[in-house]
Design a protein. Structure first.
Length: 231
């Protein structure tokens, strides 16, 4: 079971998109879509995701099982099968690359799948984003786990732990706090590496025609390395 951590490239965006789609399938995903994503939408999302690679202050990682052949979505030279992916981003860090160039204003408009219920997704994300802004209001750098997804056929093999530990080590090396939103599935894994719950956010699916409730823990981990002075 040799699992290897590697950075993603533009050749990885189809497997990245496919794994996310499979990993996040559930009652909330069903509610935020009018029907399952078509293959054309998955391909369009994968193409759109290429522009996320090499963005300043972001890191896209994959875990590859080198004992398995590449999937049909993996690059031919993948050296194995991608089984998990994660995206990390650093916030409150300014650089000369952050200034948009003239004429680039409309180039980052994301592809919106026709199957997506954008109003429902906005209702889901708005309180999570508001919580992040409130909790991490100090204007000091911090790291955020934007997403972590493991292919359903490869759970409990340690791939998620590898992706998580990269971020923990990065934050400690930089002296940054770390922020994430956790579902019950990942809660214990995050607590084991030092994350603590600072707020809870819920979403009532019943208000949008579904059943049940979703719950997230807004979690913060203090750096174990050099720290920035809190303002």
């Amino acid at each position: 079971m040799p699992l290897v951590l590697r950075p993603m490239t533009t050749a990885d965006t189809l497997s990245w998109t496919r794994i996310r789609t499979l990993a996040y399938h559930g009652p909330l995903h069903i509610l935020t879509h009018t029907r399952p994503l078509s293959e054309s939408s998955i391909l369009a999302l994968a193409h759109d995701r290429k522009k996320e690679i090499d963005k300043p202050h972001t890191w896209q990682w994959k875990v590859v099982d080198t004992d398995l052949p590449p999937s049909k979505d993996d690059p031919a030279d993948n050296g194995g099968r991608t089984i998990a992916v994660a995206v990390w981003s650093a916030h409150n860090i300014a650089s000369q690359n952050d200034t948009p160039r003239i004429g680039d204003e409309g180039k980052d408009t994301p592809f919106v799948p026709p199957e997506l219920r954008l109003d429902v997704l906005t209702a889901v994300l708005a309180p999570l984003r508001a919580a992040q802004d409130d909790i991490m209001e100090d204007p000091v750098p911090y790291l955020k786990l934007d997403s972590l997804a493991t292919h359903p056929e490869h759970h409990r093999r340690g791939a998620g732990r590898i992706l998580l530990h990269w971020g923990v080590e990065k934050a400690d090396a930089e002296g940054w706090r770390t922020y994430l939103d956790a579902t019950p599935v990942g809660l214990k894994s995050y607590e084991r590496v030092g994350f603590k719950i600072v707020r809870e956010v819920t979403f009532d699916r019943g208000q949008w025609g579904g059943e049940g409730e979703d719950w997230w823990a807004c979690m913060v981990r203090e750096s174990k390395g050099a720290s920035y002075e809190r303002i």
